[in-house]
Write a protein of this length. Structure first.
Length: 125
């Protein structure tokens, strides 16, 4: 399992890109995707919704279970990945590329996000 070094990670297994014009991209990690198994349904927040760091903002349903999706930062949703809504398996096949989940205009970023190496140690990789 490789975690891209340029991303930051939450203990709920989400990743966050560096902000571009105040907007960051969010997805789940390869570790989380593997633990879930085959993702068959994705419920994402809507464009314009406000999300709060550490709070539930959606769900991922797999053949094994249903898991909550947490926002790693606070802000306003600016875009959702409609490709993932139509083809949830992208979460498994490309968690760091085509399987991203949503973009958020960040208003507050918690200080407890992990580096790639810190996340790997946390996740037991």
């Amino acid at each position: 399992m490789s975690n891209p070094q340029q991303l930051r990670y939450s203990k709920e297994h989400e990743w966050l890109s560096a902000a571009e014009d105040g907007v960051s991209t969010v997805g789940i990690t390869e570790h989380a995707a593997n633990a879930l198994g085959d993702v068959v349904f994705v419920q994402l927040p809507a464009v314009g919704d406000s999300v709060t760091a550490g709070e539930t903002c959606g769900e991922l349903e797999s053949t094994k279970s249903v898991s909550d999706l947490y926002s790693p930062v606070s802000g306003e949703i600016t875009e959702v990945n409609e490709d993932v809504v139509g083809d949830p398996s992208l979460v498994n096949s490309a968690p760091f590329e085509g399987g991203w989940l949503f973009k958020v205009r960040v208003t507050d970023e918690p200080g407890d996000l992990l580096s790639a190496d810190e996340y790997a140690a946390f996740a037991g990789a």
